[in-house]
Every structure is written in structure tokens, then in C-alpha cells.
Design a protein around this ligand. Structure first.
Ligand SMILES: [Mg+2]
Length: 339
């Protein structure tokens, strides 16, 4: 079996802003396992918040790729990767897990979701992100998204002007579902003040209002809030799920931060055991990474899988977004092809 990888610099169509930063360029590394004329592919979407950069991805890939000798040994995949790198590097582990799963699925001619025996239920309708910018730009993003058929918008907040932003967007697009993601950008007093604003704007859910480590603050906010609270930055690993069950109503599962599709499934099962709702989310990543998340989305309550739609130069094609609604990729494998 051979392994190869290539880092692509992907560009968002517009600068993409959240509470912590605004970027336009996203290095993403595509990993390919090849054997007997068949290939499996995975994507590493590193995020500095989770301790990864292009440099760390390229440095640890050779070490971790060499740990996988049997791609059918799914129970052992994460164990072997963790034996070489116990901590961190979740996007590299994700890329390798994705590539192994697709190799196995392609070798038997099935989509990955079928190979894993996952739910054939329709996918929840994905949100489309309105990134943090000036109010006129955010109004325009919302208007264009609704014009393209999107009926669920996720608004990036986490500033001192959030009430004005939310009021403007509710006025601009009165009939769509709005979700809010503060990306850990609020203080406790600010979050308490915003609860009434969220209610007035008929917000459907609130993602990560407070700092990742502030579980007590989230638990207090949850008692006061009529809007469900969803953990994103507070969830780095399967082992975190149990500690979040008191403080949140749901969790946002992203393959690139959890270490791959099998790790995300483990987190999903644990979340359900704790009666947590589940969102399947993404980084800014190509349609390859989005496809992998889409294979799991039938098991989830909410989907936030617009990462590739925000790109000007998505290197993969094959996802069906007719009328703003993401269809389950048909397969075999992940069901997307290099452009
Ligand atoms: Mg988030």
C-alpha cells in the first residue's frame, strides 16, 4: 500500500470572519492510500484553536500514516494513531481515518455510510453561515443565501454590536430559521443580556457563547435560556462529552477536531446516551471533508455543512446542493471526485 499527500491552498469567496479572526486562505491536505489500483482519500483541515497548522500537519503525517498497516482494522485505527501521537493532531488522524474508510468502501463498491451501517434517514437541512463583518455586508450575505435557496442561516457573533447585527438580519430575512454562533466570544454578563435578544429574534439555537473551559458559566446560562445551548469549542475529544452534559443541550461534532468519522460516531453515541442533541458541523474545507460529514448527518438533529460552499476554488465536485439542500452523497466511497 502506498500513501501520498498534497496540500492545497483553498480560498473563500469572501473573507470569512468569526469572533477570533478573519481569513481568506485555508491550507488543506488531501491524503490518499492506494493499493491494487484502488484509492481512499481523506482531508486534513487544521485549525489553530485545536493546536494545528499546515506545518504540524505536514510534519506528523509521515509518522502517523506509517502506523496504519491494515485499513480494515477499524477498531485499531485510532488506537494505532494514538499510540504514535497520544495527544492532538486531530485533523491528521481524521484524514487518515477517512482515507482508510474510503479505501475499504471502494474495494466493496459501497458508499461509506452503507459500509458503516449508518442511518438512511433524510439529512437535516444544513445551515449556511453569515460570517462576521459590517452590518451592510452581513445583510447582503443573508439576502444572497436566501436567494440561493437556503432556509437556515447560522450567524457568527461574539462582538459588542451583536444586538444590532441580529436585529438587522431579522429585519433583512424575516422568514428563515436563524442560529447564532458566538465562538466563545461573550462574557457571562453579556451572554445573559443577549438571551432576551435571541428570544426576540426567534433564534433556534445558540452555539458556544462562553469560553471553552467555562462549563459552570454555560450551566448557569442553560438554566436561564429558552434557546438550546450547543457546545463546539468546549468539545475536543470523545472523552469530553460526558462533562458537557450538564452545561449544554447539544454538541457540535466536527470530524476534523474529533479525529475522524469513527471518533465522531463514538462521540455521537455517547452524546445520545446523555440525552444530548447532536449537530454535525465542519471547518472551512473542501467537498471531500464535507462529504465525509454528510455520510453521518442522517444520525444528527442539525447540520452545518456549508464549509465548501464558501470556497471560490473547491477542488472536489459531486455534492448535490439543489435549492440549498445537501443530499446524501451517492458513493461509492465518499462520493466526490477531484475537479
Ligand atoms: Mg461553532
Amino acid at each position: 500500500m502506498s500513501v501520498s499527500w498534497e496540500t492545497l491552498e483553498l480560498h473563500t469567496a469572501q473573507p470569512f470572519g468569526i469572533a477570533r479572526w478573519t481569513h481568506s486562505v485555508y491550507p488543506r491536505t488531501v491524503v490518499t492510500f492506494t493499493q491494487d489500483g484502488l484509492s481512499g482519500r481523506g482531508e486534513a483541515a487544521p485549525n489553530a484553536f485545536y493546536g494545528e497548522t499546515r506545518g504540524t500537519v505536514e510534519a506528523v503525517l509521515p509518522l502517523l500514516a506509517g502506523a496504519l498497516t491494515d485499513l480494515w482494522d477499524w477498531d485499531g485505527l485510532h488506537e494505532r494513531l494514538s499510540a504514535r501521537m497520544p495527544q492532538g493532531h486531530p485533523s491528521v488522524k481524521c484524514a487518515l481515518e477517512m482515507a482508510a474508510l474510503e479505501y475499504c468502501a471502494v474495494s466493496v463498491g459501497l458508499p461509506v455510510w452503507t459500509l458503516l451501517g449508518l442511518s438512511p434517514a433524510p439529512l437535516p437541512r444544513s445551515s449556511f453561515t453569515v460570517s462576521l463583518a459590517g452590518v451592510p455586508e452581513m445583510r447582503q450575505q443573508a439576502r444572497e443565501a436566501v436567494g440561493a435557496g437556503h432556509t437556515v442561516l447560522k450567524v457568527k457573533l461574539g462582538t459588542a454590536r451583536d444586538e444590532a447585527i441580529l436585529g438587522a438580519l431579522r429585519e433583512e430575512v424575516p422568514d428563515v430559521a436563524l442560529r447564532v454562533d458566538a465562538n466563545a466570544g461573550w462574557t457571562r454578563p453579556q451572554a445573559k443580556r443577549m438571551l432576551g435578544v435571541l428570544d426576540a429574534a426567534r433564534v433556534e439555537l445558540l452555539e458556544q457563547p462562553l469560553a471553552a473551559g467555562d462549563l459552570a458559566g454555560h450551566a448557569e446560562l442553560r438554566r436561564l435560556s429558552r434557546v438550546p445551548l450547543v457546545a463546539d469549542e468546549s468539545l475536543h475529544h470523545v472523552r469530553d462529552v460526558t462533562a458537557l452534559a450538564e452545561a449544554f443541550d447539544g454538541v457540535n461534532l466536527k470530524l476534523a477536531k474529533l479525529g475522524g468519522p469513527l471518533q465522531a460516531l463514538a462521540a455521537l453515541r455517547l452524546a445520545r446516551a446523555h440525552d444530548l442533541s447532536v449537530m454535525i458541523g465542519c471547518m472551512i474545507e473542501s467537498s471531500l471533508g464535507i462529504a465525509a460529514a454528510a455520510h453521518l448527518a442522517g444520525l444528527c438533529d442539525w447540520a452545518d455543512l456549508d464549509g465548501a460552499l464558501l470556497l471560490a476554488d473547491d477542488p472536489f465536485t459531486g455534492l448535490d446542493w439543489t435549492a440549498g439542500e445537501l443530499a446524501r452523497p451517492p458513493g461509492p466511497g465518499w462520493g466526490v471526485e477531484r475537479r
